[in-house]
Design a protein around this ligand. Structure first.
Ligand SMILES: C[S@@+](CC[C@H](N)C(=O)[O-])C[C@H]1O[C@@H](n2cnc3c(N)ncnc32)[C@H](O)[C@@H]1O
Ligand SMILES: [Zn+2]
Length: 388
């Protein structure tokens, strides 16, 4: 802090004003700046136009201009009382950066962009609640190869706590699941993909993360869907009886195979909690995350230590399968202590199964291995650790 009303972050010094501002969202702002920088590198001499559609005090917009290599920054917030603050804060932009300020709802602004044929290399929508209604207009406002960077604070519907709202907002079933943040991200990505496909476009997820309150995804807009992309939309089933999880793509939808639960005397199999349709493909694009980490080295774009660690964790876990289990859940089911996660990952990999530590939620295993094998491997590791 450089004064009672000023806040310093990266190269920016802003007045935060009386409205919404959360210093703890810093990693999300650092990541946005680094995404802009990677786009600036790709653009070489081309434009890097950034629209900060829900700008608050304008800290992101200012940082996109100071650190992100933006050639144009447009800061918008629906609250007209924020305009004078935005004006004061954006006075700190370098002179070479073109600037626009507005106080429109994002719906109206994006509709205007469509009418005017305006597109941006980076569109940042740091929303309150669920931004799903904005997806079609938002995708229209992104240049091909550009990035849509979204936040949703709608945790209830996306994590299975409001199933009716999930049907309304995502057109999907959302059930309680041990990797609830990841389900929320995958529901958001699934809807984004369906919206883009309906427009004849495609998306590539670049970055997906959460701290449990905001669910943030960055996707690249592609001119066309990639071959086979339709196979990335699917369903995830979770058996509350034995803990098994199964994934099916909508393209090859068939019967769920029986899990390891004992069949009830009635002959009825235990009910599976099925979520989806949701995105079952990768959550992160490691080349983009590597480029972002490189940009954080000496380019003038700031990345705090916690953010760097998070970005490294995400880069190391592309999230190729949605099957994730907390080690605590495995421990409870074993009725023993928790298995050592790193050793469990190594043992399952050695048996030929794509496996890793989840970068999205701490203390979780991500694996394509059959559930009985995961449990048996965990049991023998716990026994071996106890015998040491
Ligand atoms: C989460 S805050 C933005 C915080 C800011 N991006 C930051 O990093 O500090 C969301 C902002 O969106 C504005 N807002 C809410 N609904 C909006 C809408 N429909 N269109 C545009 N802005 C909106 C609010 O006034 C609020 O300032
Ligand atoms: Zn079962």
């Amino acid at each position: 802090m450089s004064g009672p009303h000023h806040y310093c972050e990266g190269q920016a010094v802003v007045e935060t004003g009386g409205g919404f501002f959360r210093p703890s969202s810093r990693p999300a702002r650092d990541f946005g700046v680094l995404l802009a920088r990677t786009l600036a590198v790709l653009a070489a001499e081309g434009p890097v136009r950034v629209l900060d559609g829900m700008a608050g005090c304008g800290i992101r917009a200012l940082r996109y201009g100071l650190e992100g290599g933006a050639t144009l920054v447009w800061a918008n917030d629906a609250d007209p009382d924020r305009l004078p603050l935005l004006e004061r804060n954006l006075a700190g932009l370098p002179l070479a950066v073109e600037r626009r300020l507005s106080a429109a709802t994002a719906q109206r602004l994006l509709a205007d962009c469509l009418v005017q044929g305006r597109r941006f290399e980076l569109l940042d929508l740091d929303a309150f609640g669920c931004p799903a209604a904005l997806f079609p207009l938002a995708l229209e406002a992104v240049a091909f190869g550009g990035v849509l960077y979204l936040a949703s604070t709608d945790g209830r519907s996306a994590t299975g706590h409001d199933r009716r709202a999930a049907v309304r907002r995502f057109g999907a079933a959302a059930r309680a699941h041990p990797a609830s943040w990841e389900i929320a991200l995958r529901l958001q990505l699934g809807l984004l993909a369906r919206t883009a496909w309906a427009m004849g476009r495609g998306i590539t997820p670049l970055l997906s993360f959460s701290e449990g309150r905001a669910f943030r995804t960055a996707v690249r807009l592609e001119r066309h869907p990639a071959p086979g992309d339709e196979g990335q939309l699917g369903l995830l089933a979770h058996c509350h009886g034995c803990g098994d999880q199964q994934v099916q793509s909508l393209l090859r939808l068939g019967r769920w195979r029986p899990c390891d639960c004992p069949v009830a005397p009635s002959g009825e199999a235990p009910a599976l909690a099925v979520s989806g349709p949701l995105w079952i493909g990768a959550l992160q694009d490691p080349p983009t995350l590597t480029a972002m980490l490189q940009q954080a080295e000496g380019s003038g774009a700031h990345l705090e230590r916690a953010g760097r660690r998070l970005l490294e964790r995400l880069r190391n876990d592309p999230g190729a399968t949605p099957r994730c289990w907390p080690v605590d859940v495995i421990a409870r089911r074993l009725a023993q202590g928790p298995p050592p996660l790193a050793e469990l990952v190594a043992a399952l990999r050695a048996q030929g199964f794509t496996t890793g530590v989840s970068g999205v939620m701490a203390g979780q295993l991500r694996s394509e291995a059959p559930w009985p094998l995961i449990m048996a491997t965990a049991r023998s590791l716990v026994a071996a650790t106890a015998a040491r």
